[in-house]
Design a binder for this molecule. Structure first.
Ligand code: MG
Length: 453
């Protein structure tokens, strides 16, 4: 049986890889894992297959003796909030986040509102393989209740964003996905003038693909320019990530948004603990230093950041792809809160987005990838460590080589695809090129040694 759980829950093409049968088995296994009791919040995105999978998964949970609160169509951060707000034992979100419309996914959440750690996902996977789940006796079958989670979410979120000092004009692009339900509403309640783009939910995602890459955000960028807006914001398919576009219509890299939001959110906090991954820009080290705080680097992926925060605490967590975790708010990435905090910063600073960005040190980044069959990844890693053994190495995820001039090179195997990724960062653009090319060259060398094409 193929491995069910990937780096972020179960993902696949609906009715092909991800069927109602699997959704049922995931539901009943989660119920069994919870001891065949308790209350589970279930929400889903607006994809054509989401209700189908929701109903199958809920059947499994009810059959396993759990009660279910149905949240209906909600962004992922609302599910995370609702798990705690409604005192649930766990949560389930049905979404494929940034994947194309034919995809879907199922992801589990713990009672603290953070995602399941991989070790616990594997326990569920084992239960599914062995079909060792347990159905409840007829008197103990669960029941469902429908609740509105959007209103309490928005109400609580607005309490955490100070009233804006000046009126901002903002173009918001929700990808015709679930952010449409709440982000324009939040911005209007904050007093912004909102120009909406792709903010009507449509499961075919006709406006653009749900991944907020610069290529997919061309319409947003030109609309920011043509409307003379102060800022543009975009979300992915389940609104746990946010991307900012400056007033000149240029996309800001995710780690720069993370840096700006971190400075704003943690201002005045003593020795804040910032948790991020080995792939995030050194701009975060600068921010941590300015705040008098500490930066902790984990392996790549939200579950890794959440696990570190659960074990050792933290004030904020984030990744280079535009997902920020505000720990005293929810233990999950929240693209809606990220936009709220960014708008609050923009308004209170009195500056333009380009001015805010230019206050951060400038770094140049390069990203490349090389094909590598999954079964060779470990051996490649072993040889990488050997080849770079004379350098300052961080080996928690692939290898990261840090150089005295502050530049670095990260070479890591992808968790989902048969490739190795190669990132570099430097203050000088030619140094960034040099490093990424060096990484690619060493990877090719190792592939040659192993006889790989
Ligand atoms: Mg997402």
């Amino acid at each position: 049986m193929p491995k069910l759980f990937g780096t972020f829950g179960v993902r696949g093409i609906a009715n092909k890889d991800l069927t109602p049968e699997i959704a049922f088995e995931l539901g009943i296994s989660l119920a069994t894992y919870l001891g065949n009791r308790g209350k589970v919040a279930v929400g889903h995105d607006n994809r054509t297959s989401s209700e189908m999978l929701e109903n199958a998964c809920i059947s499994g949970l009810l059959s396993g003796g759990c009660d279910v609160i149905r949240l209906g169509t909600v962004p992922t951060p609302v599910l995370s909030f609702a798990v705690k707000f409604f005192d649930c034992s766990a949560g389930v979100i049905i979404t494929a986040s940034h994947n194309p419309p034919e995809w879907n996914g199922i992801k589990f959440w713990k009672e603290d509102g953070g995602s399941f750690p991989h070790s616990e996902e594997l326990e569920i996977e084992r239960m599914i393989q062995q079909k060792s789940w347990k159905m409840a006796e007829w008197q103990k079958v669960g029941r469902t209740r429908r609740v509105d989670a959007l209103s309490p979410y928005l109400e609580n979120l607005l309490e955490r964003i100070p009233q804006l000092d000046r009126k901002l004009k903002i173009v918001v692009d929700c990808a015709n996905a679930t952010g449409s339900l709440i982000t324009p509403r939040m911005l209007r309640q904050l007093g912004c003038e909102v120009v909406s783009l792709n903010c009507q939910m449509d499961p075919t995602f006709p406006g653009r693909l749900p991944e907020p890459t610069p290529e997919n955000l061309a319409d947003l960028c030109s609309m920011v320019r043509s409307t003379g807006a102060d800022v543009g914001v975009a979300q992915d398919g389940d609104a746990d990530r946010a991307v900012v576009v400056d007033e000149q219509g240029r996309v800001l890299m995710g780690d720069r948004t993370f840096a700006l939001v971190t400075q704003h959110y943690l201002k005045g906090r003593e020795h804040p603990r910032i948790v991020t991954t080995v792939a995030t820009s050194s701009v975060m080290d600068e921010v941590a230093r300015k705040l008098g705080g500490e930066i902790i680097r984990t392996r790549v992926g939200e579950p890794e950041i959440v696990t570190e925060i659960r074990q050792n605490g933290g004030d904020i967590g984030g990744e280079e792809n535009g997902g920020t975790i505000f720990v005293d708010w929810t233990l999950a990435r929240d693209g809606i809160m990220t936009i709220g905090q960014f708008v609050s910063l923009l308004s209170s600073s009195g500056l333009k987005v380009t001015e805010l960005d230019s206050m951060l040190p400038k770094f140049h980044q390069r990203k490349a990838k090389v094909k590598c069959p999954n079964e060779f990844k470990e051996e490649v890693l072993r040889r990488l460590k050997e080849k770079f053994s004379g350098y300052k190495l961080n080996t928690i995820d692939g290898i990261r080589v840090d150089f005295a001039d502050g530049s670095w090179l990260l070479i890591r195997p992808s968790g989902t695809e048969p490739i190795y990724r190669c990132f570099s960062e430097a203050k000088d653009p030619s140094r960034a090129d040099e490093l990424v090319n060096w990484g690619l060259q060493v990877l090719q060398e190792i592939k040659g040694e192993l006889g790989l094409p």
